[in-house]
Design a protein. Structure first.
Length: 397
């Protein structure tokens, strides 16, 4: 069957049409600047060139309509008609405590997702708009919601509770949820499969290092801890997010800069992390270049970044009382040998040994540790769209 995978943001919509039998991507694309002047759709059929069309998209319904037009276009299309889209899988950011797995979307599910809006005010409403747009353009086509938070719902209370009055958890559900769950689930599964083992028999640490970054401890197939929290701001240094810091910094900076707490949070989300600390870029390709050229800010930033990754790995090794596999994934994890190497230097106490030659590899599933390493260290490319496609098929078949 053909599954249309949709990742809807407030002004963007990413899509992939995947044949679930061959797991081949038939076409993919991006609608940008929805509801803003200068909107455009970039559509790429498999093996074909990018087709960019500037066209007004006042809302997401128009965007979905254009996606279908491109998919069925005589020149750049890959299917004859809308009837060849058998199901739609949506990436939904926050499922709160309501969703511990993916679900087929109906009115009740829509309502429950809406009830989680509070927890992800920028993302969930956009995800709902995307679902509604698909319902109006493709009525009758089954739709599935796949949640970023669901995989981490197996975390025990000792991992998800913050050290604040318990009533805030009871009243407002203030707790750690974690994100990138689809990726942590997919990568830990692929790592076990590649090693010819059952995930249920392994202690795996997944390092999802992309523009957003999080680490998880996956024990016997279940997430028992992860570094992101109530929101994706907690945990590691990221492209533009600060990760962990003293919460008193929020009011301290608010007073010093004479700006609101909301504005400080915006700085912590959008202008911090490796971008803020280095002053160079949020992109690791630029940071590595600056590092090679001897830029001291880039150097300390990459040191601080890898130091924090290593500390989390150490913490999760303790949380699971051991670790069998460390798997690196996402843009930085899959491509940046410098970071993997720097992190590896902290982990020799666990008996990990990285093979410097194998560590030069990128973007493929491969073991980069030496045969005598006590912990298998790997690169495992993530594929969240494929994971959403598989979940969709599982639920609608
Ligand atoms: P997200 O999905 O969170 O936007 P990605 O997983 O696509 O992020 O990762 C994006 C980041 O990965 C880029 O900002 C860049 O820092 C890094 N990256 C991607 N490709 C490379 C590369 N070839 N070398 C080094 N870093 C890379």
């Amino acid at each position: 069957m053909n599954v249309l995978v949709i990742n809807c943001g407030s002004s963007s919509l990413k899509y992939q049409l995947i044949n679930s039998d061959s797991e081949e991507v038939l076409a993919k694309g991006l609608c940008e600047r929805i509801g803003i002047d200068g909107s455009r759709i970039t559509h790429t059929p498999a093996g074909g060139d990018k087709d960019i069309t500037e066209v007004p998209m006042p809302d997401h319904t128009k965007a979905v309509q254009l996606v279908i037009e491109k998919l069925t276009d005589p020149k750049v299309g890959v299917i004859k008609s809308l009837s060849e889209v058998d199901a739609v899988g949506h990436r939904i950011v926050h499922g709160g405590e309501k969703f511990a797995s993916s679900v087929v979307i109906n009115d009740e599910v829509m309502k429950a997702i809406e009830e989680c809006n509070d927890l992800a005010p920028l993302h969930n409403p956009a995800n709902l708009i995307g679902i509604n747009a698909c319902t109006s353009i493709m009525p009758g086509v089954p739709q599935v919601a796949v949640f970023d938070t669901a995989f981490h719902q197996t975390m025990p209370p000792k991992a998800y509770l913050y050290g604040i009055p318990y009533e805030y958890y009871e009243k407002f559900k203030v707790r750690r949820y974690g994100f990138h769950g689809t990726s942590h689930d997919f990568v830990s599964n692929e790592a076990a499969k590649f090693l010819g083992k059952d995930r249920k028999d392994l202690k795996i640490i997944v390092c999802h290092l992309g523009n957003g970054a999080s680490i998880s401890a996956v024990m016997n197939g279940k997430s028992i801890d992860t570094s992101m929290g109530l929101t994706p701001l907690e945990g590691l240094f990221m492209g533009t997010r600060s990760g962990d810091l003293d919460p008193a910094i929020v009011t301290f900076l608010s007073n010093k800069l004479k700006i609101s707490a909301e504005d400080v949070l915006s700085i912590l989300n959008k202008k911090s992390g490796v971008l803020g600390l280095s002053g160079v870029s949020s992109d690791f390709r630029d940071l590595e270049k600056a590092y090679d050229e001897g830029n001291e800010h880039a150097k300390v930033t990459l040191e601080a970044y890898s130091y924090r990754v290593a500390k989390y790995i150490g913490a999760y090794a303790a949380a699971m009382n051991g670790v069998d596999v460390i798997a690196y994934t996402a843009g930085v994890g899959e491509n940046t040998s410098l970071i993997r190497g720097m992190v590896g230097e902290y982990l020799t106490f666990l008996g990990t040994r990285i093979d410097p030659e194998k560590n030069k590899l990128r973007g493929e599933t491969v073991v980069i540790s030496t045969p005598d390493s006590k912990v298998v260290t790997m690169i495992v490319p993530t594929n969240e769209e494929l994971a959403i496609c598989r979940e969709t098929v599982r639920l609608v078949k």
